[in-house]
Write a protein that binds this ligand. Structure first.
Ligand code: HEM
Length: 132
Protein backbone atom coordinates (compact mmCIF):
# COMPACT_ATOMS: atom_id res chain seq x y z
CA UNK A 1 0.00 0.00 0.00
CA UNK A 2 1.52 3.33 -1.03
CA UNK A 3 1.08 6.48 1.03
CA UNK A 4 -0.08 9.55 -0.89
CA UNK A 5 0.47 13.20 0.03
CA UNK A 6 -3.27 13.35 0.60
CA UNK A 7 -3.11 10.49 3.14
CA UNK A 8 -0.44 12.40 5.06
CA UNK A 9 -2.08 15.82 4.85
CA UNK A 10 -5.57 14.71 5.97
CA UNK A 11 -4.33 14.08 9.49
CA UNK A 12 -3.82 17.82 9.99
CA UNK A 13 -7.43 18.98 9.50
CA UNK A 14 -8.77 15.90 11.33
CA UNK A 15 -6.62 16.52 14.41
CA UNK A 16 -6.64 20.32 14.32
CA UNK A 17 -10.39 20.81 13.96
CA UNK A 18 -11.02 18.36 16.83
CA UNK A 19 -8.52 20.02 19.15
CA UNK A 20 -9.77 23.48 18.07
CA UNK A 21 -13.28 22.57 19.21
CA UNK A 22 -12.10 21.10 22.53
CA UNK A 23 -9.73 23.99 23.36
CA UNK A 24 -12.40 26.53 22.46
CA UNK A 25 -14.93 24.80 24.70
CA UNK A 26 -12.42 24.54 27.52
CA UNK A 27 -11.63 28.26 27.16
CA UNK A 28 -15.34 29.07 27.30
CA UNK A 29 -15.99 26.95 30.39
CA UNK A 30 -12.94 28.26 32.26
CA UNK A 31 -13.30 31.82 30.88
CA UNK A 32 -9.72 31.83 29.60
CA UNK A 33 -9.41 34.10 26.57
CA UNK A 34 -5.95 32.76 25.69
CA UNK A 35 -7.41 29.28 25.27
CA UNK A 36 -10.21 30.59 23.08
CA UNK A 37 -7.65 32.50 20.95
CA UNK A 38 -5.69 29.26 20.62
CA UNK A 39 -8.90 27.53 19.53
CA UNK A 40 -9.35 30.13 16.80
CA UNK A 41 -5.74 29.78 15.61
CA UNK A 42 -6.12 25.99 15.45
CA UNK A 43 -9.33 26.41 13.45
CA UNK A 44 -7.52 28.61 10.91
CA UNK A 45 -4.69 26.06 10.65
CA UNK A 46 -7.30 23.29 10.22
CA UNK A 47 -8.78 25.31 7.33
CA UNK A 48 -5.37 25.62 5.66
CA UNK A 49 -4.78 21.87 6.14
CA UNK A 50 -8.22 21.00 4.75
CA UNK A 51 -7.71 23.10 1.62
CA UNK A 52 -4.30 21.49 1.03
CA UNK A 53 -5.78 18.01 1.67
CA UNK A 54 -8.60 18.68 -0.80
CA UNK A 55 -6.10 19.97 -3.37
CA UNK A 56 -3.97 16.82 -3.01
CA UNK A 57 -7.16 14.72 -3.18
CA UNK A 58 -8.08 16.30 -6.51
CA UNK A 59 -4.62 15.49 -7.79
CA UNK A 60 -5.29 11.79 -7.12
CA UNK A 61 -8.80 11.68 -8.53
CA UNK A 62 -7.48 13.45 -11.61
CA UNK A 63 -5.22 10.47 -12.22
CA UNK A 64 -7.29 7.50 -11.08
CA UNK A 65 -10.58 6.60 -12.75
CA UNK A 66 -11.20 3.18 -11.09
CA UNK A 67 -12.16 4.79 -7.75
CA UNK A 68 -14.60 7.29 -9.23
CA UNK A 69 -17.76 5.60 -7.88
CA UNK A 70 -16.63 5.45 -4.28
CA UNK A 71 -14.72 8.71 -4.43
CA UNK A 72 -17.97 10.51 -5.36
CA UNK A 73 -19.26 10.75 -1.78
CA UNK A 74 -15.82 11.40 -0.39
CA UNK A 75 -15.09 14.23 -2.79
CA UNK A 76 -18.33 16.05 -1.95
CA UNK A 77 -17.83 15.52 1.78
CA UNK A 78 -14.19 16.61 1.57
CA UNK A 79 -15.02 19.84 -0.24
CA UNK A 80 -17.92 20.50 2.17
CA UNK A 81 -15.67 19.85 5.19
CA UNK A 82 -12.98 22.25 3.94
CA UNK A 83 -15.61 24.91 3.14
CA UNK A 84 -17.30 24.44 6.54
CA UNK A 85 -14.02 25.01 8.41
CA UNK A 86 -13.33 28.21 6.46
CA UNK A 87 -16.88 29.50 7.06
CA UNK A 88 -16.53 28.65 10.77
CA UNK A 89 -13.28 30.61 11.04
CA UNK A 90 -14.94 33.65 9.42
CA UNK A 91 -18.04 33.31 11.59
CA UNK A 92 -15.88 33.01 14.68
CA UNK A 93 -13.95 36.17 13.77
CA UNK A 94 -17.20 38.03 13.17
CA UNK A 95 -18.60 37.00 16.59
CA UNK A 96 -15.36 38.05 18.26
CA UNK A 97 -15.43 41.52 16.63
CA UNK A 98 -19.13 41.96 17.35
CA UNK A 99 -18.58 41.31 21.05
CA UNK A 100 -21.46 40.06 23.20
CA UNK A 101 -21.79 37.39 25.88
CA UNK A 102 -20.02 34.09 25.29
CA UNK A 103 -23.16 32.33 26.49
CA UNK A 104 -25.35 34.07 23.89
CA UNK A 105 -27.41 32.07 21.39
CA UNK A 106 -25.04 33.20 18.60
CA UNK A 107 -21.97 31.75 20.37
CA UNK A 108 -23.78 28.55 21.35
CA UNK A 109 -24.89 28.20 17.73
CA UNK A 110 -21.29 28.59 16.63
CA UNK A 111 -20.13 25.88 19.06
CA UNK A 112 -22.84 23.53 17.82
CA UNK A 113 -21.82 24.19 14.21
CA UNK A 114 -18.17 23.57 15.16
CA UNK A 115 -19.14 20.21 16.68
CA UNK A 116 -21.13 19.35 13.54
CA UNK A 117 -18.06 20.23 11.44
CA UNK A 118 -15.89 17.90 13.53
CA UNK A 119 -18.44 15.15 12.79
CA UNK A 120 -18.39 16.07 9.07
CA UNK A 121 -14.59 15.83 8.97
CA UNK A 122 -14.70 12.40 10.67
CA UNK A 123 -17.38 11.23 8.25
CA UNK A 124 -15.16 12.43 5.39
CA UNK A 125 -12.23 10.51 6.88
CA UNK A 126 -14.40 7.39 7.20
CA UNK A 127 -15.39 7.53 3.51
CA UNK A 128 -11.72 8.19 2.65
CA UNK A 129 -10.68 4.98 4.42
CA UNK A 130 -13.28 3.09 2.35
CA UNK A 131 -11.29 4.07 -0.75
CA UNK A 132 -8.12 2.27 0.39
C1 HEM B 1 -10.91 17.82 4.57
C2 HEM B 1 -11.06 17.07 3.50
C3 HEM B 1 -10.65 15.62 3.41
C4 HEM B 1 -10.35 14.70 4.39
C5 HEM B 1 -10.34 14.92 5.91
C6 HEM B 1 -10.04 13.45 3.74
C7 HEM B 1 -9.68 12.27 4.40
C8 HEM B 1 -9.23 11.12 3.78
C9 HEM B 1 -8.76 9.94 4.47
C10 HEM B 1 -8.65 9.77 5.99
C11 HEM B 1 -8.39 9.04 3.53
C12 HEM B 1 -7.81 7.63 3.79
C13 HEM B 1 -6.31 7.74 3.80
C14 HEM B 1 -5.62 6.48 4.20
O1 HEM B 1 -6.27 5.48 4.58
O2 HEM B 1 -4.36 6.47 4.17
C15 HEM B 1 -8.65 9.62 2.24
C16 HEM B 1 -8.41 9.00 1.03
C17 HEM B 1 -8.68 9.54 -0.20
N1 HEM B 1 -9.19 10.81 -0.45
FE1 HEM B 1 -9.67 12.22 0.95
N2 HEM B 1 -10.13 13.62 2.39
C18 HEM B 1 -10.53 14.92 2.14
C19 HEM B 1 -10.78 15.50 0.90
C20 HEM B 1 -10.67 14.84 -0.32
C21 HEM B 1 -11.00 15.41 -1.61
C22 HEM B 1 -11.57 16.82 -1.82
C23 HEM B 1 -10.70 14.44 -2.54
C24 HEM B 1 -10.83 14.44 -4.05
C25 HEM B 1 -11.12 15.44 -4.77
C26 HEM B 1 -10.20 13.28 -1.86
C27 HEM B 1 -9.78 12.11 -2.47
C28 HEM B 1 -9.31 10.98 -1.81
C29 HEM B 1 -8.84 9.78 -2.47
C30 HEM B 1 -8.77 9.56 -3.98
C31 HEM B 1 -8.45 8.88 -1.46
C32 HEM B 1 -7.88 7.45 -1.64
C33 HEM B 1 -6.45 7.46 -2.01
C34 HEM B 1 -5.52 7.88 -0.88
O3 HEM B 1 -5.82 7.69 0.29
O4 HEM B 1 -4.46 8.42 -1.16
N3 HEM B 1 -10.20 13.56 -0.50
N4 HEM B 1 -9.15 10.88 2.42
Amino acid sequence: MSVSGHSLMVHFPIALVTVAFLVDLWGYWTRQDRLRETGFLLLVLAGVGAVLAAFLGFQITGLASSIEDLAGDHVGLGVAAAAAIIVLAGWRRYLELRGGALSSVAWQGFRLAELATVALVFWTAYTGHQLR
